[in-house]
Design a protein around this ligand. Structure first.
Ligand code: AMP
Ligand code: ZN
Length: 141
């Protein structure tokens, strides 16, 4: 399990106290801090303290802890900043826009018509991916 700190990882350096951050919450397994280039006021990040690159390799316990902290911080941001909405965003891989290879949630307050590109056009119509069907069949109860 890749839980050791990665010496090349900026977020591991933040966890170790080697790089400063504006910390807003910490518990045994997670840390939340302000994003260094916020899109809107209140934009912050929640990470597991252990190093996992993506959702594909994170331990269930670590993702659960990060999700719990993300929900807590999201409520705090919502009450303090009073945005028009708030996204939790979590990117995996360069095609998804991940620039730091340490699992993280963005707690991402939104404004009406802010033009943030994560919003894609909603086109109605379920399109099941055929390649997923064997997985669905094996995992549905
Ligand atoms: P992503 O592109 O989804 O991987 O998000 C990485 C985020 O980390 C970006 O929004 C960066 O602004 C933010 N970031 C990178 N380095 C730091 C840092 N030292 N302190 C706080 N936020 C950072
Ligand atoms: Zn790391």
């Amino acid at each position: 399990m890749p839980t050791e700190a990665d010496t090349n990882c900026i977020f591991c350096k933040i966890v170790q106290g080697e790089v400063p951050c504006f910390k807003i919450f910490e518990d045994r397994e997670t840390l939340a801090f302000m994003d260094i280039s916020p899109v809107h006021d209140g934009h912050c990040l929640v990470i597991p303290k252990a190093h996992f690159a993506t959702v594909f390799d994170i331990a269930p316990r670590a993702v659960a802890a990060a999700a719990r902290t993300a929900a807590l911080v999201a409520k705090a941001v919502d009450q303090a900043v009073k945005p028009d909405g708030l996204n939790l965003i979590q990117a995996n891989g360069p095609g998804a826009g991940q620039s730091v290879g340490h699992f993280h949630f963005h707690v991402f307050p939104r404004k009406m018509n802010d033009g943030v590109a994560i919003n894609w056009e909603r086109v109605c119509g379920i399109r099941p991916a055929p390649a997923m069907v064997p997985w669905f069949l094996n995992h549905s109860t």
